[in-house]
Design a protein around this ligand. Structure first.
Ligand SMILES: [Zn+2]
Ligand SMILES: [Zn+2]
Length: 88
């Protein structure tokens, strides 16, 4: 999960459609930025389904968390780098 390109500040798929989004997510496998599930087109989830890329992170400024689709698991940054499973 190292050496990802920086997240985009737009959902390229939405821009291509002339659509809009609510929040942005970045694929932690390939670095593609897509829109969240509150957005009309849910491109981040569509990308995961189409590619099998299982992990995304928030691409919103100030937000730092990751989500694993197959495990329905939420991760937060670990003290020593990487991600740790969030359990409340
Ligand atoms: Zn989108
Ligand atoms: Zn990807």
């Amino acid at each position: 999960m190292a050496d990802l390109p920086p997240a985009s500040n737009e959902c390229g798929d939405c821009v291509a459609m002339g659509s809009t989004w609510v929040h942005l997510r970045q694929c932690l496998v390939c670095g593609k930025t897509g829109c969240c599930d509150n957005s009309p087109n849910r491109h981040a989830t569509t990308h995961s389904r189409e590619t099998g890329h299982a992990l995304i992170q928030s691409a919103q400024p100030g937000e730092k968390w990751a989500w694993c689709y197959p495990d329905n698991a939420f991760f937060i940054p670990g003290d020593e780098g990487g991600w740790v499973l969030f359990e409340d």
